[in-house]
Design a protein around this ligand. Sequence first.
Ligand SMILES: [Zn+2]
Length: 201
Amino acid sequence: MLSICRQCGNYHTEYQFEEVAFLCVNCGYRQEFVRLPLFVITGASGAGKSTIALHLAHRLSDFVVLEVDTFLQCAPLNIDSDYREFRDYCLRVAREVMQHGHPVVLVGSATPGQYESCLNIGFFSKIVYCALVTDNAVLAQRLEVRPDWRASSHPQQIDIMLTYNQWFKDNAAKFGLYLVDNSTQSIEDTVGSLLNWLNSS
Ligand SMILES: [Zn+2]
């Protein structure tokens, strides 16, 4: 909906944003769009993101929940660009969904700065983060019992995820992350915490 200029047919590779519109850099055509906040639920593998995503989706009618793993084969995963192509693809889908008038909740591992470096972040009024975290012992236990195909249960991979999990705890204040520790919480309580966060952000 927002990739091609209605007036000149230009395929947008850059946008000149105004409050609720952008100008085509080729012909100056002003395209209005719905601009809302973007919500990101992040956390290490094993933090419970996928489980929570489905529960949230069932509970929310005024937000749209999208799990970013859904798009894994849709855009290149380029470590050299810090996965910017993949992140930008997620944002492109989110900006289109947002045109229905509902904010999007992207669920998937990300650290602050990765979405902010993407072209399509300009479509959102702000980006708000929540990180799901757990105790290290709980996280390790969850990862150890995962099936081999998920490649999460190798000791080296578990160590990486424990460090990632700790990073969110250590940097929450610095980046304004809302932390939800679900080590001992029930799913229902975690969902309740996330609903509070979404409705108060
Ligand atoms: Zn144009």
